[in-house]
Design a binder for this molecule. Structure first.
Ligand code: ZN
Length: 65
């Protein structure tokens, strides 16, 4: 079992599950309850799935979400 607690001080990046580029969050149009969407400008991916990149003590650690 993995601990899923995340420190607010932790630097996190959201990466494209297709090409690994950094994703841009898409602002939801007034609907604050909608899950956040992301857009990849490299490959054109759009969606809610992303790879979360943590800057932990061991450097970087990729895990899919
Ligand atoms: Zn991409």
């Amino acid at each position: 079992m993995r601990l899923s607690w995340k420190s607010p001080l932790e630097i996190k990046k959201r990466l494209c599950p297709v090409c690994g580029a950094e994703l841009k969050p898409i602002a939801s149009l007034g609907a604050a309850t909608t899950p956040q969407y992301f857009y990849c400008k490299r490959c054109g991916y759009k969606g809610v799935v992303y790879i979360e990149l943590h800057n932990g003590p061991n450097g970087t650690d990729k895990e899919s979400s």
